[in-house]
Design a protein around this ligand. Sequence first.
Ligand code: NIG
Ligand code: FE
Length: 421
Amino acid sequence: MKARSVKGTLAVLHASQLVTLAGPKRPRVGAELCDLAIISDGGMLVRDGAIVATGPSDVIERQMPGDVKVVDATGRVVLPGFVDAHAHPVFAGNRVDEFEMRARGATYEEIAAEGGGIRSTVRKTREATEDQLLAQALKHTEWFLRCGTTTVEAKSGYGLSVDEEVKILRVIRRLNEETAVEFVPTFLGAHAIPEEFQSAPARYVSLVIDEMLPQIADERLAEFCDIFCEHGYFDLATSRKILRAASDRGMEIRMHADQLTNGGGAALAAELGAVTADHLEQTEAPGIAAMKSAGVQPVLLPGSVYALGKDRYPRAREMIEAGLAVVLATDFNPGSSPTPSMQMVLSLAATQMKMTPAEGISAATINAAYSLKRGDKIGSLEAGKLANFALHDCTDCRELAYYFGVPQTHSVFVRGERINR
Ligand code: NIG
Ligand code: FE
């Protein structure tokens, strides 16, 4: 069900909190992250799928035309749709066997060294047809919507050959055509060295640069290029080479950096002018300073630390104090972070990284929107932006981070159209 911009006028009235996030037209930093510009007993007027006005309900009521459709939000919080700026939603099968192995004491790294991990999802994804992948991704899309997420960054990276990477990116394109969620495509051909190139990794790097990137750029299948910059995957020099080639082809850069080891990934992101550096569990003060000077947005993924049973979360407080425009995302994927829930991420951000619920909400909406180059269209409830929003079953938005394990999303609207019934 692709969301068409619904013709006509819609009014949302009597939200116990209309969390607008109205503010400067740029990502939020420092104390700004705490300012959600909440309107109590709030209302919002939507015309033809776009927001026309927000304000106290009585003011909005006075602006309503006769043929308005009213959404009564009494007793509920209204929030912009979550913007999930780091996800791997297209893959086949799952890795529940590895999950059990980890529960029995094996580590993510040990499982990967034995041919499991990313490579096991690559095997299953290659075996799946485009239609089978789409069918599974539609199920994941349903989960995102159920969690109040209306925009999702979507990485390839489980194909690792020209045809298989293109297959995943085409599935992402079809998701955009067939669902209400907006998926932002990212090419992640440099996610792992595939088995058939294990003894000749340099040849795989050439394949990424000389064959994958040109085709993907020509067919405009991806806006961003990402890489798993990590010991045993792609080292700094190789990452620099691949990302420069992507940049030369007009793609913006995101990076998996300093997840398992501190290999200088954050500094490389700064050197290359990446839009984001993601994970950053091992990043220390020099990496944080480098990101600050280059304006790189950190994308923090506490779901992956939690699900891998690790205890080193990224240093969110230091990043906020340094003035970085932090983003929170799920990292939804079958290995390290099998959750589509931004609400769970808000909980982890508060309990494990000492981010307040308000900071978390800014990081999961407006800042995430800017990291996807969509800060002018989504991420806040302000006149002129798309009417992408969700009603949640709570009266104080801090409850979204406080309760966990219970879904609070009541209803989701994309371009003014209610998506879930
Ligand atoms: O972001 N770190 C690399 N990529 C993913 C994990 C992918 C997988 O395990 O399938 C991540 O954690
Ligand atoms: Fe990831």
